[in-house]
Write a new protein. Sequence first.
Length: 58
Amino acid sequence: MMNTQYIVQHAHALYRAHGDRAELEAAQKAKRASDPSEAETWQKIRMKIKELRGPRAT
C-alpha cells in the first residue's frame, strides 16, 4: 500500500500527462494489476484524479 503523498503525486503526474484520459488510464492499470494491493493503489489514484478534474460540465 502506498502512502497518500505518493498517490497525490502520481495522480497529478498522470493528469498532466493524459488530461481527461488520466482517470481511464488509472482504471485500466487497476484492472491489469498483478495483486490486490496494487489494484487498490490504482483505484485510489483514479479517485484522486477524479477529484482533480472536478465536476463535469454538461
